[in-house]
Structure formats: structure tokens, C-alpha cells
Design a protein around this ligand. Structure first.
Ligand code: CA
Length: 223
């Protein structure tokens, strides 16, 4: 699937091959020792914290992220709060068009990672329309290592349908990834004027996370 990565990220993407996963599955975790990729299924995982990572979320009115604020749905996870008045699934991580800020879903990795491929759903082009203008959903990310920002970017659905894979690679390894939603944007990337559409906005569920630890040369225990 097409991945949208902006700015300086593009050069880092060139030539990167799709990970190939081993077939053993336990607690929603698949380890591919040959490639060093770890694949975490957040929909069917039997554990709230799948091996190797921990989820936190921050709803619009929360002061700080907590594990309690993580919302779970049969199609994925996100921030539990309702961020818009109408049809959004609460467990989506969404931009609140009334409060004019976003929920966050935060992935904390047990060890620094070089790259992640994140499968999202319910993330659409042309979801909103106003005055003859069509608007796309858009998300964003910030990557940290030891609390220091090491990369950030934005992502868009690249084609029709709600399911997309977002590839994230920061210039340096990271151990914390914050994902959020932004206001709707036009095809040219212009954000919608605040208050124009308040019944819905950008939001998405996360279904799977594949990541590549820095120490990928070391075997990773499957539990
Ligand atoms: Ca939500």
C-alpha cells in the first residue's frame, strides 16, 4: 500500500523492502528473526500490552496520557474519548473540531526502534465536503528518544478506502511515538477553516504495528 511520508523522510524511505514475517503467533506477536521485524496485532492481541510495547492515550481534556484512556474497538485501538458529535467511533484517535485540538495515541517501545509500519483503518480521502470543496482526513506523528524529539511528520490516506499503512522512520532511533489527527485538509494540503465542519473530523484506528528494534540482530523471545 502507498505510504505517505513528508519532508526529509522521503529519502530515508527509498529502497526499503517490505518486512517478511515468520508464521509463529503468540499473544498477538509475530517475530521475524531473520529480518528483525516484530509485528504486533492490536486487534486480536490477548494482552493489553503486547510484548515489546506499551500503549497510552490522551483524550482532549486529559492533562496527561494514561493507559486508561486507550480505547479498544474490534477494528483497532486509539484514544477512548468522543472527539466529535456524530458518527465517529470513540476508540478512534481523532481531531476535535470544536475544541480545535486532537486526541493522542502513544506507543512506548521497550527498546529503541528504527522504523515502524502502522496499519490504520477508518481513515479516508474525501470524507468531508463543504461548499463544493472536498476534504481528506490527515494524521501526524512525533517521535522521541529519551524525551527528546527526533522526528515528526504528517500522513494522509493515499488511495480510496479506509485501510492504509503508514511507514514512520525518524532520522534517529526512537522509543516513543505519538500519533494524532489534524483538521481536515484539501487536496492541496490547506487545513479546513475552524468551525466550518464541526460534526466530524480526521480520525483513525490502529490495527497493527510492525517495528524494527535497533538491536534486531539479537533474537527476540516470543511469549
Ligand atoms: Ca476517540
Amino acid at each position: 500500500m502507498l505510504r505517505i511520508v513528508l519532508g526529509y523522510m522521503v529519502s530515508l524511505m527509498a529502497g526499503v523492502m517490505q518486512p517478511v514475517f515468520a508464521q509463529s503467533v503468540s499473544s498477538g506477536l509475530i517475530v521475524a528473526q531473520e529480518t528483525g521485524w516484530v509485528d504486533v496485532d492490536l486487534v486480536n492481541s490477548r494482552s493489553e500490552d503486547p510484548a515489546g510495547l506499551h500503549l497510552l492515550a490522551k483524550n482532549v481534556r486529559d492533562d496527561a496520557p494514561t493507559a486508561m484512556a486507550v480505547g479498544r474497538h474490534r477494528e483497532g485501538v486509539g484514544a477512548a474519548g468522543a472527539q466529535a458529535s456524530a458518527p465517529a467511533i470513540k476508540a478512534e484517535t481523532g481531531f476535535d473540531p470544536v475544541e480545535n485540538r486532537s486526541e493522542q495515541i502513544i506507543i512506548q517501545f521497550d527498546q529503541p526502534v528504527t522504523q515502524t509500519d502502522i496499519d490504520v483503518d477508518y481513515f479516508h480521502r474525501d470524507e468531508g465536503a463543504w461548499g463544493g470543496v472536498s476534504y481528506h482526513e490527515r494524521g501526524g506523528w512525533r517521535a522521541y528518544r529519551g524525551g527528546a524529539l527526533v522526528g515528526e511528520g504528517l500522513f494522509l490516506p493515499g488511495q480510496k478506502g479506509g485501510a492504509h499503512q503508514i511507514r514512520i522512520a525518524a532520522p534517529q532511533p526512537f522509543d516513543r511515538l505519538e500519533l494524532f489527527a489534524t483538521p481536515y485538509v484539501t487536496e492541496t494540503g490547506a487545513e479546513i477553516e475552524p468551525g466550518l465542519i464541526t460534526s466530524d473530523s480526521s480520525d483513525f484506528l490502529i490495527k497493527h504495528i510492525a517495528y524494527r528494534p535497533v538491536s534486531a540482530v539479537q533474537p527476540i523471545a516470543v511469549r
